[in-house]
Design a protein around this ligand. Structure first.
Ligand SMILES: [Ca+2]
Ligand SMILES: [Ca+2]
Length: 325
């Protein structure tokens, strides 16, 4: 009797899972004076974090909480350890225009007492004729140095552009006509840029994004009071008052503060599908290929949607007697 092995169809299902988030938080005003750092620690221990304020809705809801008329810490700060005299690797550290990242070797050549973020609005960097770096207001109009690294390949060559421009205008110019604003990663490159300058101060490609939320919220919502932030006397932490206006204040002063508790519910919706295929589903490459094709077919580009294999118990292969005809 002849036997032949018949492979049963094996079905695999895949699950289409979508996550949706909405911000639901409880607001807590804590009437215990603490420094900003101690307030952050307290909120993280007792609740979720210092309060991040992401919209006018948050301001309205804060109004519903009874608070004394006083300045109270919220979660926004501009940590000097991330950028003062260092290059740093945090969200508000210095970074190069060409890469959006800090230098790998951390090379820096700050002038004494710089960067100081004077007036709380110096987030772009110019180089002096002596080769020293200084943070300045990005809207200041200066000449600038662009660079290219294609001739010879990989080696930076610098070009002084004798046009007055804001830092952003200078960046646009360099990206249009060369590679980018000057990127400087060692002493030799710094000297090369310096040699182009005859008593002029120019923009280079260094900048940073100031202010970040304690809970890493990426909200850009701000509600500064008049003439704030001003960094007066070195103010790097943000407090808000009873009419919901914000100001930077000295982080070491003890103040009441706002915490929040995250009540966000993560909702998961799963859609499972099954299909028949003659493809070899034991091959991981084919599995990936099918997922890619399905992602394209269903136009899945939303980061809240994931498409993944869910392996079901495999039916045993059956050895079946086949009539010998
Ligand atoms: Ca400065
Ligand atoms: Ca201030």
């Amino acid at each position: 009797m002849l036997f032949s092995k018949l492979l049963t169809f094996v079905l695999f299902g895949f699950g289409l899972t979508s996550y949706s988030y909405k911000r639901f938080i409880d607001y807590y005003h804590v009437d215990q004076p603490k420094t900003w750092t101690d307030a952050q620690k307290y909120c993280r221990e007792k609740y979720t974090d210092l309060l991040s304020i992401e919209s006018n809705d948050d301001l309205r809801l804060m109004n519903s909480v009874s608070v004394p008329t006083t300045w109270s810490w919220i979660g926004l700060h501009d940590d000097p350890k991330s950028w003062k005299g260092v290059m740093g690797k945090d969200e508000n550290s210095w970074r190069w225009s060409a890469t959006g990242e800090t230098s790998e070797n951390g090379f820096q050549n700050w002038a004494p007492t710089e960067p100081n973020n004077f007036g709380s609005n110096q987030h772009c960097v110019r180089i002096s004729p002596e080769g020293e770096w200084i943070d300045r207001r990005c809207t200041e109009r200066l000449q600038f140095v662009c660079y290219n690294d294609t001739n010879p390949p990989g080696q930076k060559t610098y070009t002084l552009i004798p046009i007055l421009a804001s830092w952003k205008e200078a960046q646009d110019y360099c990206r249009t006509y060369l590679k980018d604003l000057a990127m400087i990663e060692d002493t030799e490159e710094n000297t090369n840029v310096m040699s182009l300058l005859s008593n002029v101060r120019v923009w280079i490609g260094l900048y940073r994004n100031p202010w970040r939320w304690s809970d890493r919220s990426n909200s850009s919502f701000r509600n500064w009071g008049v003439l704030e932030p001003d960094n007066f006397g070195g103010q790097h932490c943000v407090a808000e008052n009873s009419v919901r206006y914000w100001a930077d204040r000295n982080c070491d002063i003890k103040r009441f503060f706002w915490c929040y508790k995250d009540l966000t519910v993560k909702r998961i919706h799963t859609v499972s599908m099954k299909f028949l295929t003659s493809a070899d589903l034991s091959d991981p490459d084919i599995n990936i290929q099918i997922l890619q094709q399905l992602s394209e077919r269903f136009n899945i580009s939303d980061s809240n949607v994931t498409l993944k294999w869910k392996t079901e118990p495999r039916k045993l292969d059956k050895e079946t007697d086949e009539p010998n005809r």
